[in-house]
Design a protein around this ligand. Structure first.
Ligand SMILES: *Cc1c(COP(=O)(O)O)cnc(C)c1O
Length: 362
């Protein structure tokens, strides 16, 4: 064959998922925690590294980590599956339940990786659209689910990039209506007033098809580690174990996650601080008379109505402040998304934003 080997034809339309990684002083574009994990955690992890048998494969069942997570959530380790970031958890779900001839339903605008990973696993994506306030309309939901009969329905609560948490009523409604798994991505779960995990041990119809996905990348300040997990019926855990690569989760990551769970108080303190800062940014955006949406996460979506979002993005970058330009994403016309940073970082962002808007008024 002459020339490059052709890609799987259904992959050629996918461009991958990348946030530009520019060198800046204030990085508010990928919703990470602005604060590191506690120093005690790092000390414990250093000690633990000395005890790992590096010549041996890691515990394939991540027994200790799953036990610690099960205890944290008051559930059974058989209901917990861990992987390299919640993205790998989602990929395992779609490898096990998606694939050719099967459908995943989701409601845009939402986390781009849901549709991306569905496509990579050859799962057909059927989309519903949120209303202008970014709520999922129940009529749209019913129509999409009834027509598509999805094997997986994705919800994201709080939803990235809009910030809104789904209500317990909406999740319960989807569980009742959807024929397949209902995957609630709770990457920002600790910022939200409620969790779909609260439904897990309730008598809600369809609860055995509920899958809650969490990550250590945001509230736990451990994005560098790549650790995520799901809580679901043991049959779902078994399905993921069928498709995941053997020994996929290395011993260091398993230890890092297990030790992090000793520092719940520190995590909750970080969440409280960021929530307070989120309120401060929201008030400042309102004072600047910018359209923005209420957030139950560590980021805020806003629209600098008087100016092109891309110009504002560029001005911010000029001030060494990087936010996410969502203006080309479907349903997010002229929108930017800012991650809540430290007090100093948020001050830098607000000052640069104010200056950008002022400049345009002159
Ligand atoms: C950040 C984020 C994740 C995190 O993915 P990891 O692979 O765990 O880092 C998952 N879902 C959503 C909605 C996110 O915003």
């Amino acid at each position: 064959m002459a020339g490059p080997v052709p890609l799987r034809p259904d992959l050629t339309v996918l461009s991958g998922y990348h946030s530009p990684q520019v060198e800046v002083e204030v990085r508010l574009n990928t919703n990470e925690s602005p604060l590191p994990p506690p120093p005690e955690w790092l000390d414990e992890l250093r000690d633990e590294l000395g005890r790992i048998d590096f010549n041996r494969y890691p515990d394939r069942d991540a027994t200790a980590l799953r036990a610690a997570l099960a205890e944290f959530h008051g559930t059974d380790p058989a209901r917990v599956f861990c992987a390299n970031g919640s993205n790998e958890v989602l990929q395992c779900l779609l490898l096990a339940y998606g694939g050719a001839g099967r459908v995943a339903a989701l409601f845009e605008p939402t986390y781009a990786l849901h549709s991306h990973i569905a496509s990579v696993t050859a799962t057909k994506v059927v989309r519903g659209w949120r209303g202008p306030d970014h709520r999922v309309d129940l009529e749209v939901l019913d129509r999409v689910i009834d027509e598509a009969q999805p094997v997986v329905t994705f919800l994201c609560s709080p939803n990235n990039p809009t910030g809104r948490a789904e209500s317990p009523e909406v999740v319960a409604h989807v569980l009742e209506r959807a024929p397949g798994l209902v995957v609630v991505d709770e990457a920002y779960g600790q910022f939200s007033p409620w969790s779909a995990l609260d439904l897990m041990h309730s008598g809600v119809t369809g609860v055995e098809r509920l899958v809650v996905v969490r990550t250590f990348s945001k509230t736990w300040s451990m994005a560098a580690c790549r650790l995520g997990y799901l809580v679901a019926d043991p049959a779902v855990v078994g399905a993921c174990e069928t498709v995941v690569l053997p020994y996929h989760l290395d011993a260091m990551t398993q230890a890092a996650g297990r030790l992090a769970l000793r520092h719940v108080d520190a995590m909750e303190a970080r969440v409280a601080l960021i929530t307070e800062e989120r309120g401060r940014i929201a008030s400042a955006l309102a004072e600047l008379a910018l359209e923005s949406w209420p957030s139950a996460a560590n980021f805020i979506l806003f629209r600098p109505s008087a100016r092109a979002a891309t110009d504002v993005w560029q001005d911010l970058l000029g001030a060494s402040v990087l936010v996410r330009d969502c203006s080309s994403w479907p349903g997010l016309d002229n929108c930017l998304r800012v991650t809540v940073g430290t007090t100093e970082e948020n001050d830098r962002f607000l000052a640069a934003l104010g200056a950008s808007l002022d400049a345009s008024r002159r």
